[in-house]
Design a protein around this ligand. Structure first.
Ligand code: S3P
Length: 414
């Protein structure tokens, strides 16, 4: 078996959430093409609908009309989606909308103090269950904030940016380590009072944004699964077209290249301010590397699949400075270590990451996904290295980000 073919993937999840939210800030009808088909983005669309922002979905195209926000009558259920809760909390604060947020068991265990504290400082009254959901926001007159986040998180940054658009005076954000910058790029492109050099500066959005049409580039986090499969299965070669090539998001491909993998980008161009390109990935012998704290934000969602690459690399691969993985959809450090050990892999757990050694003989096993889509997809790919296939305790969780995963995998396996 080898991995081959030419594929095009559904839109990036992070950009899809933002496109919907930014469309709500316009005063007319926007069209978003190739929107992510995952449940998380649908969650954002439904929550916006509860706040008066109406939209219609036709396949992977959404027509959405911005402008008229209203107070939701029922709690906004953000399901499994950290991006929905954290960005919507900022957006609705900026629009002066009172709301309650709830979520599933996983989201209810994820820390919200990271947005509660800065929003509070801006003038939002917030109630929570000791820093966890349910969360209620009651915005008053918002004032700008000068903010240096202690955690590298694009969700927190974007929350404060969106709130800042409704604030009096300037909001200034200084990141120690740069995280994904879609909010800066796209808002600037849409003419919002946002600039980003060494610091990000946001002023009050005095008039609505102009309605827009955009096509969301393919999701590099979804692309990483097939690229990883091609990189570790002999004789494989795959091309993924129209993939988001934003430097804050292609850490997986940069790391794969540093490990000795075959990676070539072509046809790089810009769409809505974002770099997009075609990436060709082919099998080549891999070597281990050290992944350190400054590299972590650009691969924060790809570290589980990088762990699978590392099992095939000559020499150890270490990941450090990645404690954020413990508060994702599940504790991803624990989930990667447990499942890899169960497959016969060589991995040592650290508080802030792991160290992996080459293991030529992985065997198939029962995978505990903890309902986490990225654990489920990473260990499906790991299963391709075994004689049988891994059995997941939860296949449905893949729908959170990438319902087409199995269909595309079948296609590239020929
Ligand atoms: C996201 C940011 C990341 C990432 C998540 C999506 C975003 O979270 O893990 O899947 O769209 O801003 P953090 O910013 O909290 O690390």
């Amino acid at each position: 078996m080898k991995i081959s073919g030419n594929i095009n993937l559904p839109g990036d999840k992070s950009i899809s959430h933002r496109a919907l939210m930014f469309a709500s800030l316009t005063d007319g009808e926007c069209i978003i093409n190739n929107i992510s088909t995952g449940e998380d983005v649908e969650t954002t669309r439904k929550c916006l609908g509860q706040c008066g922002i109406l939209s219609q979905k036709f396949g992977n195209k959404v027509q959405i009309t911005g402008g008229a926000f209203s107070t939701p009558e029922l709690p906004l259920d953000c399901g499994n989606s950290g991006t929905s809760i954290r960005l919507l909390a900022g957006l609705l604060s900026g629009k002066g909308i009172t709301a309650e947020f709830i979520g599933d068991t996983s989201l209810s265990k994820r820390p919200m103090n990271r947005i509660i504290e800065p929003l509070n400082e801006m003038g939002v009254e917030i109630g929570s269950n000791n820093g966890y959901l349910p969360l209620t926001i009651k915005p008053n007159m918002l004032k700008g904030l000068s903010f240096s986040p202690s955690i590298a998180s694009a969700q927190v940054k974007s929350c404060i940016m969106l709130a800042g658009l409704g604030g009096e005076g300037e909001t200034i954000i200084n990141e120690k380590i740069k995280t994904r910058d879609h909010s800066e790029i796209i808002l600037e492109e849409l003419g919002a009072p946002v600039s980003s050099n060494s610091a990000i500066r946001i002023k009050n959005l005095e008039k609505p944004l102009q309605p827009f049409n955009m096509t969301v580039p393919g999701d590099p986090s979804s692309a990483a699964f097939f690229a990883a499969a091609a990189a570790i299965i002999p004789n494989s070669s795959i091309t993924i077209t129209n993939v988001l090539a934003n430097p804050t998001r292609v850490g997986f491909f940069d790391i794969l290249e540093k490990m000795g993998g075959g990676v070539e980008w072509k046809n790089i161009h810009k769409e809505c301010g974002e770099l997009v390109g075609d990436v060709h990935v082919y099998f080549a012998p891999l070597n281990g590397i050290d992944i350190t704290v400054e590299m972590v934000p650009s691969v924060i969602d790809e570290l589980p699949i990088i762990a699978i690459l590392a099992t095939q690399a000559d020499g150890p691969t270490s990941v450090s400075g990645a404690e954020e993985l413990r508060v994702k959809e599940c504790d991803r450090i624990k989930a990667v270590c447990e499942n890899l050990l169960a497959m016969g892999g060589k991995i040592i757990e650290r508080k802030d990451g792991f160290i992996i050694d080459q293991s030529n003989r992985l065997h198939d096993t029962n995978i505990i996904t903890y309902g986490d889509h990225r654990i489920a997809m990473s260990f499906t790919i790991a299963g391709l290295l075994t004689e049988g296939r891994n059995k997941l305790d939860d296949e449905a969780c893949i729908n959170i980000s990438f319902p087409e995963f199995h269909k595309v995998l079948t296609e590239v396996m020929g």
